[in-house]
Write a protein that binds this ligand. Structure first.
Ligand code: NDP
Length: 241
């Protein structure tokens, strides 16, 4: 029977590539999103992948959302915690609002989304939790105290949860992408991208969303059961933690 995968933020950018790759590999996929209905509808009509709208920073919304997905597709075997946002600014100017929004969306979401699926994975003795962190959670980034803190938290979450569930057929891993060609990176001013970011990437280009999806497929596979608690960097050689 096809395994069921949920991809948060699965309708755009890296998440959309992950959703499509999982579907092509035979998974039954649910792609979630926050509010961009137009992008979600376009994604759904192009791929045939069902989309679900809820805010991953809300514990209650995640519990309700997972209930709906499981009623429609079946128990969740693979959870890809991909949804994320940035709200950049120097720390001395950073507001509490931007701190909370970024930490709750990028890190709180791992708690909110994993809670409603972990008991089922534990009782079925199979599960794959794959978290999408960032190079900037590994090395820190100017103007991203909130984002770097949240993404570093994703790595700690992964390592601890992996230990707790290692004997139950559940793996928990984290991918740290470098700079990937999505709207999030296209929002970076062109001169900053060309002068300050591209020269730091040994491969000499941005990564493509499909290159992150490739890593997710590897970690999601049934025969990847010995890979757990690991941090997989996919960054064109830019940084080695
Ligand atoms: P995009 O901005 O292109 O897409 C983000 C997706 O997440 C959208 O589907 C969006 O929904 C969804 N989302 C955002 N906030 C919420 C929320 N509160 N609840 C539910 N869904 C939400 O991002 P990317 O594809 O660039 O990034 C994906 C992940 O990869 C993020 O975690 C990001 O931090 C990480 N990453 C990205 C890098 C890059 O270079 N792009 C580098 C390193 C890490 P909607 O469409 O409704 O807005």
């Amino acid at each position: 029977m096809a395994r069921v995968a949920v991809v948060t933020g699965g309708t755009r950018g890296i998440g959309a590539a992950i959703s499509k790759a999982l579907k092509d590999a035979g998974y039954k996929v649910a792609a979630t999103y926050a509010g961009n209905d137009a992008a979600a509808e376009k994604f759904k009509s192009e791929t045939g992948i069902p989309v679900y709208k809820w805010d991953v920073s809300s514990f209650e919304a995640c519990a309700d959302g997972i209930k709906k997905v499981e009623a429609e597709l079946g128990p969740v075997d693979v959870l890809v915690n991909n949804a994320g946002i940035t709200k950049d600014g120097a720390f001395h100017k950073m507001t509490q609002e931007s701190w909370h929004a970024v930490v709750n969306t990028n890190l709180g979401s791992l708690f909110n989304m994993t809670k409603p699926v972990i008991d089922g994975m534990r009782s079925r003795k199979f599960g794959r939790v794959i978290n999408i962190s960032s190079i900037n959670g590994q090395k820190g980034q100017f103007g991203q105290v909130n984002y770097s803190a949240a993404k570093a938290g994703d790595i700690g979450f992964t390592k601890a949860l992996a230990l707790e569930n290692a004997k139950l057929g559940i793996t928990v891993n984290v991918i740290c992408p470098g700079y990937i060609n999505t709207e999030m990176v296209q929002a970076v001013p062109k001169d900053v991208l060309e002068k300050s970011i591209l020269p730091l990437i040994p491969v000499g280009r941005l990564g493509e969303p499909e290159e992150i999806a490739r890593a997710v497929l590897f970690l999601a596979a049934d025969d990847a059961g010995f890979v757990t608690g690991s941090t997989l960097t996919v960054n064109g050689g830019q940084y080695h933690a």
